[in-house]
Design a protein around this ligand. Structure first.
Ligand code: WT7
Length: 652
């Protein structure tokens, strides 16, 4: 990797005014955390959070790995994000919204306060939503989605946002698992100038097994006709005006759940990742300040969807907790052309821009010189998240978007970590392209072997966080054993189980950490995390499929594409064309999970490479998908001859 030798130093002018100005300051913070871990976190919790009642204990490890932070404290996250800013920022833009079709809306902190209070009253008084109740959101990217999240936080309800690209079946599973009382949705929204629908998906989801759901609240966005079920469905737009804009924030315990967010793991069922109040909001705010270094008059834009953790922490909670202006965009950056995002940067004077490597690769491919048409001089910090970025995409981002002036913060983190874990600091860290660099101050990220010994420089090891941190996952909703097993069952340090991320990483001779990707059965397509077991379970619903194995195949744009090997029940069942079968299988996936999980390649094979104990050897399937020669030992396979047969099917 010759590229990784290149080092990009922070922009000096920028560094002078940054919150963390150089590596000495970084080292000091890190040493402080190492020497006095609880003192370090207590300092920031005292400085950053507006407590209703002070906490009595910083970190409670008595029930490890169910760690508890700032116990005894009381706060309200919507208060932290809105009310406390009213004195100094009431007419500052909290949210700048741009619709797919170019419609615009600015929501000030004062307006946000009123809207969230009304929303909270609607949920509480009209719908009887109480503290601890679960509310599922199936929403487009509109300000009402943020109001809904904050309204839940205000009354102590636990929200669970389900990404709008998930199918009715996937939505249903999540509603049932969370036993949600209310679903909030919209008629639909716009994408590429055309309306698309969400409410009908909710209707289908609720057809079976969702007796827990009492009410559905529908926000009007695209004004398309929707079916209305009397006594269950309510119009937000009709009800909201009548609600009072005063709703006292519920005092919440630090450790009360703030939200659930379902994500994929290595087994079939998605996991409801549970986050806390105090620890989560503290780190959301601190990382906004340290990693993006957002200043009072800055305008910050993260292009994620609120259906993912990035949208939670870095569109809604983090920016609002620090009193920033956050941009929310309904559309896609490629419509009407590859200049849309750059046009928005120019128009709003965006100072920090945060997106996924896939988006960068797509925009690069569509318009190498497109950015030159726009004035991007407002940009100060660029961010990437969700998947490894490759050096060519990194360079284009650095040069063409950042004008060689902006730091690129390659932020490594996960749904489970709540906020950034490993990332450059824009005013301090000398950056190696496509490298997440160092753990943030206070985060004990280490690349180790299972027994806790550090991986040798240059060798891949397990990326672990060896001390609990405030914004960490608290449990998997309804399944504490799975929580323990999934995250604390693989690696130990000093005999104590530590958090294992599921990612591999390499530390170089200078201590820089490069993420190499998942080492479990999870794949990453366009920065979206997908469990192969989940996709396999969906494919198995096709009546002709006997066995299936899904693997990721490296893809130039998407990072990974989805590759499925299928064994048919009846070997003679050629099913006409393979293409026909592939189409049907993708329809099943679209129905069970959503379009995002459709396979790019589907190959019918006579059998899968299994060990004598029946375990499918995915390493071999990954190699075949890549078109690699099989160098690994296949003698342990039940039928070593199957490998050549599979290869013939894939090539043929
Ligand atoms: C997985 C987490 C974190 C928000 C979006 C995805 C991969 C994340 C990076 C990065 C390389 C990355 C990891 C991780 N990932 N950031 N900067 N470089 N890989 O959240 O759906 O929970 O997925 O995304 O594999 O485990 P998520």
């Amino acid at each position: 990797m010759s590229e990784s030798k290149e080092i990009y130093f922070p922009n000096r002018e920028f560094a002078k005014q940054a919150r963390i100005k150089n590596m000495c300051e970084y080292d000091e913070l890190m040493s402080w955390a190492k020497e006095d871990y609880e003192g370090f976190w207590a300092h920031w919790a005292d400085e950053k959070i507006d407590w209703f009642e002070p906490y009595t204990k910083v970190l409670d490890e008595s029930d490890a790995p169910f760690y508890r932070w700032f116990t005894g404290g009381k706060l309200n996250v919507s208060y932290q994000c809105i009310d406390r800013h009213l004195e100094t920022r009431k007419n500052k833009a909290a949210i700048i919204f741009e619709g797919d079709r170019g419609d615009k809306q600015i929501v000030t902190y004062q307006q946000l306060h009123k809207n969230v209070n009304r929303f909270a009253n609607l949920l509480k008084n009209r719908f009887g939503v109480k503290k601890g109740d679960r509310v599922v959101l199936y929403m487009p990217m509109i300000p009402e989605a943020a109001y809904a999240m904050l309204a839940c936080a205000r009354i102590g309800a636990i929200h669970s946002v389900v990404f709008g690209g998930f199918s009715a079946e996937a939505l249903r599973d999540r509603i049932i698992d969370a036993e949600a009382k209310v679903v909030i949705t919209a008629d639909g929204a716009f994408r590429k100038d055309k309306p698309y629908m969400l409410k009908p998906v909710v209707d289908t989801a609720l057809e079976e097994g969702c007796d827990c759901v009492e009410k559905v609240l529908v926000v009007q966005r695209n004004n398309e006709d929707v079916v209305w079920i009397e006594g269950r469905d309510y119009s937000y737009n009709e009800l909201i005006e009548a609600e009072s804009d005063v709703c006292d924030p519920e005092p919440m315990d630090s450790e009360d759940p703030l939200f659930l967010l379902y994500t994929s793991g290595s087994t079939g069922k998605p996991k409801g990742v549970q986050h806390s109040q105090a620890g989560y909001i503290l780190w959301a705010q601190m990382t906004m300040e340290w990693v993006f270094d957002v200043k009072e008059n800055d305008t910050y834009w993260c292009t994620a969807d609120i259906g993912w953790i990035t949208g939670h922490t870095y569109i809604v909670y983090g920016p609002l907790a620090m009193g920033a202006t956050t941009v929310m965009f309904e559309g896609v950056p490629t419509y009407p052309d590859a200049g849309r995002a750059w046009k928005m940067v120019q128009e709003y004077g965006i100072n920090q821009f945060y997106t996924a490597p896939t988006a960068i690769r797509v925009l690069h491919k569509m318009g190498e010189n497109e950015p030159e048409k726009y004035d991007l001089s407002s940009l100060k910090v660029l961010g990437t998240v969700g998947e490894p970025i490759d050096p060519p995409a990194w360079k284009w981002y650095y040069e063409k978007i950042g004008g060689g002036r902006c730091a690129i913060v390659d932020t490594w983190w996960q749904t489970e970590t709540g906020g950034h874990m490993i990332s450059p600091l824009p005013g301090a860290t000398p950056i190696k392209p496509a490298c997440a660099t160092f753990p943030l101050p206070g985060i004990m990220a280490e690349v180790i072997e299972r027994d806790g010994t550090p991986a040798e420089p240059g060798e891949q090891g397990l990326l672990c966080i060896t001390k609990p941190w405030p914004s960490m996952i608290r449990t998997i909703w309804g399944d504490p054993e799975r929580f323990e097993k999934s995250y604390f069952g693989d690696a130990k340090k000093d005999g104590k189980p530590v958090y294992f991320s599921g990612d591999g990483a390499i530390v170089d001779e200078d201590g820089y950490i490069t993420i190499t990707g998942r080492v479990d059965d999870v794949i990453n397509v366009s920065g979206h995390r997908m469990g192969t077991a989940e996709i396999e379970a969906a494919i198995k619903k096709h009546p002709h499929v006997a066995e299936v194995a899904v693997v990721g195949k490296p893809d130039e744009i998407k990072g990974e594409s989805i590759f499925a090997y299928i064994v048919l029940k009846n070997a003679d069942d050629t099913f006409g064309e393979e293409a026909e079968l592939a189409k049907e299988i993708n329809q099943v996936i679209a129905k069970e999970i959503g379009n995002i999980a459709k396979c790019d390649t589907i190959k019918v094979v006579p059998g899968l490479p299994k060990t004598r104990s029946g375990k499918v050897m995915r390493r071999i399937l990954r190699a075949i998908a890549k078109g690699e020669e099989i160098k690994q030992d296949i003698s342990t396979l039940e039928d070593p001859g199957i490998v050549a047969k599979i290869q013939t099917c894939v090539i043929g």
